[in-house]
Design a protein. Structure first.
Length: 574
């Protein structure tokens, strides 16, 4: 019977002989072709989570994984004829809480993303090779590991090179990232795919419910259907870009589909990690393919013991000497985790405000502080936009995560006001705390504005009394030289040609007609409210005149202060 948990080895470091035997046995058993070689997932098929200037890393940063395979039918094996795992066998046992998390993740995704059809057995296969089902089910009552499960330091030595992205918030390392939790997410990928699987309001990569749901969500990315072999392979390769990893996961997936059972939490031995990997449990160093094993030292010929009186030397055997104590090599101290932030302070000078379609002058900004009210560096702050205005951060996102600087300040990207005026809220949430701290920053999208009006028609604004002006007045509103759509404007007929005559609407002279079925006399108005079209254009209704002659003014003013004043002349009838 194979060992329950095997060595945690580097990508592609499984023994060639073992892999070949496993593949041969699986082929003989009539296993599906899913274990065959498949091309690595393309960059388009992998979610963007990479460090700047590098290829996007996989979920785990291609960290090590457990390479033991489930029992396979083959020569000399005593497996059941139908190849189904024996009831109660150690290999098919999954700790109760871990199994519950896999099944709940499957149910949740079946409701939220029914096209994907992610099976819990696939999550179990990945959880098996990533952490041995959370170290054999060593979890607290909430499904969280008592101490973090950390992968190796991703410093480019044998693994991916990923500089720190979380300020050590998840992995305790402020220089490089490390894969975290029972499903081994690197911090930057967790920021994109982390989920709250147990409904406690937190997204914790060390919680099996959160991690299992996050893993399932990632596997379902790009509208995948995991019953399609190509989608299945691409999803697994996105987790760890290794053909050996793909085959190992598929072996366990096939094995669990044939039967698995629940075992008590913590009843299985915890798997180890290779020396120097940075994991919390040491184990023998991994073997690289092609590395010869050291030859054992040949023992010397045994010396016959001397017999009393046989003439051998009578000199006494010197007592064994105690070797001098050796000084252990210096150990590298573990990375220090900065004191955690405990609160957020709004750094804004008032409500955020911008006209529809324009950039907010002020960016949302907060300062993260520790319990002693000192700035907290490397804290993670998530900014989330809520409201119905259509406002987004620059780039189109409505949620962004920012890491504080040495001064504890986190400043969100610029806000771009949507096209619908109204209230909005920018929620700033401090991540990585026991109880998430959220600060609501109020904002508003005001009506769109124009700063200039230009007349675009050539209508002669002279008309006889009791007639209608020829043509219609047309204007274009702009803001900073660009067309200003959706801007409210007021057109008013004023008495007299001089501003000293006042700005009040005239009670006689030219007038507009409002739409309706009432008699024309009842629909006369000398003040109208209009809105510019999508190109910033404004076309006034026809102007009519009563029997009053003289000079009048037509004043058009927009929101934002753009003004146009035109002179209207009404002459005696010919």
């Amino acid at each position: 019977m194979a060992a329950l948990f095997g060595r945690r080895m580097r990508r592609g470091a499984a023994s060639t002989a073992v892999a070949a035997a496993a593949m041969a046995a699986l082929s003989a058993s009539g296993a599906p072709s899913a274990v065959g070689e498949q091309p690595a997932a393309s960059a388009a098929e992998r979610p963007s989570a990479g460090a700047s200037g590098q290829e996007d890393p996989s979920v785990t940063g291609d960290s090590p994984y457990h390479t033991d395979l489930p029992p396979l039918k083959g020569p000399g094996r005593n497996d059941p004829p139908d190849e189904t795992p024996a009831t109660g066998s150690a290999e098919s046992g999954i700790p109760a809480t871990v199994l519950d998390a896999y099944r709940k993740a499957e149910a949740s995704l079946a409701a939220s993303n029914p096209r994907c059809r992610v099976p819990w057995e696939l999550l179990a296969a990945i959880g098996k090779v990533e952490s041995g089902h959370a170290r054999g089910g060593r979890l607290d009552t909430n499904g969280t590991t008592p101490s973090p499960i950390l992968g190796p330091v991703l410093n480019g030595v044998g693994f991916a090179n990923i500089s720190d992205t979380d300020g050590g918030a998840y992995d305790g390392d402020t220089l490089h990232d490390r894969a975290v939790g029972p499903m081994q997410f690197i911090p930057q990928t967790w920021e994109s795919w982390g989920r709250d699987g147990n409904g406690d309001g937190r997204r914790d990569p060390n919680n099996i419910y959160d991690a299992a749901l996050a893993a399932g969500s990632y596997l379902c990315a790009h509208d995948r259907d995991l019953t399609v072999e190509r989608d299945l392979h691409q999803a697994i390769l996105g987790y760890n870009r290794s053909q050996e990893y793909l085959r190992t996961v598929l072996h366990w997936y096939d094995y669990y589909r044939k039967g698995a059972h629940e075992v008590p939490d913590g009843s299985q031995p915890a798997p180890g990690a290779p020396t120097g990997s940075g994991g919390t449990t040491p184990s023998p160093a991994p073997v690289r393919p092609g590395t010869p094993s050291p030859s054992p030292t040949k023992p010397g010929k045994p010396t016959k013991p001397a017999k009393p009186g046989d003439g051998s030397s009578s000199k006494p055997t010197p007592p064994p000497t105690t070797p001098p104590p050796t000084t252990p090599p210096p150990t590298t101290p573990p990375p220090t985790t900065p004191a955690p932030a405990t609160r957020l302070v709004d750094l804004g000078d008032g409500a955020l405000s911008a006209p529809a379609g324009e950039r907010f002058a002020e960016r949302p900004a907060v300062r993260a502080e520790r319990a002693d009210k000192k700035p907290a560096a490397q804290a993670k702050v998530r900014f989330t936009l809520t409201g119905e205005t259509g406002t987004t951060f620059e780039g189109g996102a409505t949620t962004v995560t920012v890491t504080t600087k040495a001064d504890g300040v986190a400043k969100a990207p610029a806000l771009l006001a949507g096209g619908k005026p109204g209230a909005l809220t920018v929620k700033a949430t401090l991540l990585g705390t026991t109880e998430p701290v959220t600060l609501g920053l109020r904002g508003e999208v005001t009506a769109p504005r124009a700063d200039k009006l230009v007349r675009t028609d050539e209508t002669e604004l002279t008309c006889e009394a009791g007639a209608t002006f020829e043509g219609r007045v047309a204007l274009t509103a702009t803001r900073d030289g660009q067309a200003a759509p959706g801007v409210a404007a007021t057109a008013t007929v004023l008495a007299g040609a001089d501003p000293a005559d006042g700005e009040k609407a005239a009670d006689q002279g030219p007038y507009f007609l409002t739409p309706g079925d009432e008699p024309a006399e009842d629909r006369r108005t000398r003040e109208l409210t209009l809105t510019t079209d999508a190109k910033g254009n404004l076309l006034l209704p026809e102007l009519h005149t009563d029997d009053t002659t003289g000079t009048f003014r037509l004043r058009v003013e927009t929101t934002g202060g753009a003004v146009m004043v035109l002179e209207l002349k009404v002459t005696d009838p010919t």
